[in-house]
Ligand binder design. Structure first.
Ligand code: TRP
Length: 334
């Protein structure tokens, strides 16, 4: 059976090395595998939940689209589109909203975290909580179910949302007849969760990222900011507690990893290890960076690629939504 693999990227922020290693690189590899039909999309409706800055949402959408294309996403094989170009998705979202139990949404992590933060600071529990945040798992279910995706590659934090999509799909099927395939979350444990400059998980919310397509000099500067300890050159260093080594591993071959492990034992200077890390990463990103810059300078091209992707996406979504409308009792009289 052909697997429909679907994942979305929320368009707030610039892609960083952690996104690249943890999500973009494996997704692009998967898109080249025979037998998969990948759906990759810019989750710009989701962006509005996190960001109320129109310039940021717009800029980020362009950067993310340019990034995926620059890294060689095969758009002949993958369906690559912008969520907001597929009006069937918000319509399906409403059908699903009417099926989703409120009690289920009460349990969503993102909402619960917001409530907890409010309670801890003595606020009303729902202070600052918009309906967008509350019902965000329903929109995510619509993204997935619109294309009857079977596999959804996500980080651990998103497993719950895929489970909710299954739950909502099951209710719909039970009530209106089999319409949806139940999707499965796929979490690839072999893919590294990259550490950031301060050693915590690389994440925009920690402000510890290394953006993916920084100009060379800036990339070097960022890499030099990775936190290390005070061991001197010649003193043996522990690779397994080092962020420099952890990032090295995500870009190096097995042999290069072994060589660096040895160099740590022999007391490589931090400055030297970082210089080598810069060279390794730069060798992988230099070519795509050029393509990225060309794409960013040519937004009309990005737009046309996304429009084509939206057409492809709608060739699935439009007839399927017509069936779903019929299933719920919304169709013409004659
Ligand atoms: N919520 C996901 C995230 O923040 C992004 C996303 C939106 C998504 N819709 C999706 C992921 C559908 C997988 C499938 O990472």
């Amino acid at each position: 059976m052909q697997h429909r693999v679907l994942t979305g990227i929320t368009t707030t922020g610039s892609p960083h090395l952690g996104n690249y290693v943890g999500a973009i690189r494996p997704a692009i590899e998967a898109s080249r595998k025979e037998g998969n039909l990948p759906f990759y999309f810019l989750a710009d409706f989701h962006a509005l939940i996190k960001s109320r800055d129109p310039a940021q949402v717009h800029q980020s959408s362009q950067e993310i689209a340019a990034t995926w294309l620059a890294l060689g996403l095969d758009t002949d094989n993958a369906v690559f589109y912008r969520q907001s170009d597929v009006p069937e998705i918000p319509e399906l979202c409403w059908f699903l909203t009417c099926m989703a139990a409120k009690g289920l949404m009460n349990r969503a992590h993102a909402y619960k975290a917001a409530v907890q933060a409010n309670e801890e600071s003595g606020e009303d529990p729902d202070f600052g909580v918009a309906m967008g945040l509350y019902s965000y798992p329903v929109l995510m279910a619509a993204d997935i179910l619109m294309f009857n995706a079977t596999r959804v590659p996500v980080g651990k934090d998103q497993i719950q949302h895929v489970e909710m999509a299954r739950d909502i799909a099951g209710r719909f099927n039970h009530h209106y007849g089999e319409s949806f395939v139940l999707p499965e979350a796929v979490v690839d444990d072999s893919v590294a969760v990259l550490q950031g400059l301060d050693g915590r998980k690389m994440s925009k919310s920690y402000n510890n990222t290394i953006p993916l397509f920084l100009p060379e000099k800036k990339l070097k500067k960022h890499i030099n900011k990775i936190k290390t300890n005070l061991l001197e050159p010649g003193e043996s260093k522990d690779p397994d507690t080092s962020t420099v080594f952890q990032i090295w591993q995500a870009f190096a071959s097995e042999q290069q990893t072994e060589e660096m492990r040895q160099a740590f034992k022999e007391g490589i200077a931090w400055g030297e290890a970082k210089k080598q890390l810069f060279e390794l990463i730069n060798a992988e990103v230099a070519e795509p960076r050029e393509r990225y810059e060309e794409l960013m300078a040519n937004p009309a091209h990005i737009e046309s690629v996304l429009k084509e992707g939206a057409e492809k996406a709608r060739s699935y979504a439009t007839p399927f939504l017509a069936e779903l409308r019929k299933a719920v009792g919304i169709y013409s009289f004659g």
